[in-house]
Ligand binder design. Structure first.
Ligand code: HAM
Length: 441
């Protein structure tokens, strides 16, 4: 073979290997986990329906300015955690880091102040925060949340907390605690912030680097720093509930009275301030009592009142209150309670077939069964009856419907009780009725 001259060798551009893994901090939700997601979301939606909420879907992408103004320029979310970029047309946009600002935008944009108030909305979907991923903290995660616009009454704060609590009860999450505080309003908070700043300035040497920055930018956030040394300083800091104006004081007192009436167990937590700037008055979180490896309790969800947000965004004076929980954290909590994954993926009956004619009959029977609302499994690609019966067992099916070569010719089906192993032959036209009759027993 003649040797190729160097200039005859065509250099193909080397293809870069596709990284076959999810982007850092993002994850697949596999079919084995889906039943638990459905369980959580279905129960939450049902309760929201019962409480008179209506579903809203909003885009994943919003103008960055919405979050800067709504969530707050100096919050960790806006300062460090947004996935922001410029579109080809030059618009500055961000993947939503949370849902409330977008729903408030939708309230204004769609003229919802002209609807009957209060407007009660719920939402589910992906949120994006560029955080350091760790257990229970992802860069793409999912919220289920609900908001009430147009009612400033403390009974509404209590109703939102009650609904959040009830959702967790219905889902089956145990060992929870409601942490609650009031962070006042634009009247009383500035004065408290000054007091807090004075206090922390005297302790500046005991603070972590981040808290030293917070002292000038966002002093309230000093109270919920999770560094040990900062937590110690926070434990003797002045408490905002001692510095609320008359209206905020009454609002908080009334909210607590409603919670007492509803017999909800809550803990007053004077260091709870939440990480988003739009809150006014009531703030609360629902904590799981299982602590993480550092002994800290994790927050499954949080919310509060945000009476100024619609105004800040240019929509006038509309009080509002809401809550959202992180679905991944609730999934994790439920799974740690040893819910069996396989048991949940069940089929009432399982179709077993042998040979091509039987396969055709099985396809038709499958269609009839699902039309009759019978949950049915199949494994049409498999040839051996034994292996198909094994799968039927994995799906915890009560009955297997077996169509062998003989049955395919005879127009019959063998119905096998999977527990007792007892088998009977019935004609194809009677099989759906017979299955439904037996399932009812
Ligand atoms: P948030 O506390 O920032 O509140 O988020 C609510 C919940 O989302 C948290 O309690 C947590 O369970 C979950 N979560 C937050 N970040 C992550 C993450 N990186 N990975 C996994 N889960 C996470 C809000 O976003 C407010 N919009 C809630 C609200 C609604 N306030 C009034 N209305």
């Amino acid at each position: 073979m003649p040797r190729l001259k160097k200039q005859n060798i065509i250099k193909r551009p080397r293809k870069r290997a596709i990284p076959l893994q999810t982007v850092k901090g993002m994850r697949d939700i596999l079919p084995t986990e889906q039943f638990i997601w459905e369980h959580i979301l279905n129960k939450s939606k049902k309760l929201c329906d019962d409480f008179g909420f209506r579903k809203i879907d909003i885009p994943i992408l919003e103008y960055s300015e919405l979050f800067k103004r709504g969530v707050g320029q100096t919050t960790d979310i806006v300062e460090k955690e947004m996935f922001s970029f410029e579109t080809r047309g030059g618009d500055k946009v961000s993947l939503r880091p949370e849902g409330t600002a977008g729903i408030a935008r939708a309230y204004i944009q769609n003229g919802m102040s002209r609807w009957t108030q209060p407007v009660k909305l719920y939402q589910e979907g992906s949120m994006f925060r560029y955080e350091n991923p760790q257990e229970g903290r992802y860069r793409e995660f999912h919220h289920f949340g609900f908001e009430i616009f147009g009612d400033g009454c403390p009974a509404i704060d209590a109703q939102v907390i009650y609904l959040a609590w009830k959702i967790f009860q219905k889902i089956g999450v145990k060992n929870l605690a409601i942490q609650i505080n009031s962070i006042g309003c634009s009247e009383c908070r500035p004065n408290y912030k000054n007091l807090l700043t004075d206090y922390y300035e005297m302790k500046i040497n005991k603070l972590c680097v981040d808290c030293r920055k917070r002292l000038t930018k966002n002093p309230l956030r000093l109270l919920d720093c999770k560094e040990d040394k900062c937590m110690q300083v926070a434990s003797s800091a002045p408490q905002i509930i001692d510095h609320l104006c008359g209206d905020c004081h009454d609002h908080f007192k009334n909210t607590l009275e409603f919670l007492d009436e509803l017999e909800l167990p809550y803990v007053l937590n004077s260091n709870l301030v939440r990480g988003l700037d739009y809150y006014t008055r009531t703030v609360f979180e629902i904590w799981s009592s299982d602590s993480d490896s550092l002994g800290r309790q994790s927050s499954l969800g949080g919310g509060g009142r945000y009476d100024d947000l619609i105004g800040v965004l240019g929509g006038g004076d509309v009080p509002a209150v809401g809550f959202a929980f992180g679905v991944e954290r609730v999934v994790k909590k439920l799974l740690s309670g040893k819910i069996s994954l396989d048991k949940k993926n069940t089929k009432q009956v399982f179709l077993v077939q042998l040979g091509d004619t039987a396969k055709k009959k099985a396809l038709k029977l499958f269609d009839k069964l699902i039309d009759s609302k019978v949950s049915v499994g199949e494994s049409l690609g498999r040839g051996s009856i034994k292996s198909q019966l094994k799968i039927a067992n994995r799906f915890s099916s009560k009955f297997a419907l077996i169509i062998g070569q003989k049955e395919a010719l005879d127009g019959t089906v063998i119905i096998r009780d999977m527990e007792s192993g007892i088998q009977e032959v019935i004609t194809m036209d009677k099989v759906v009725g017979e299955v439904k009759r037996r399932l009812k027993k």
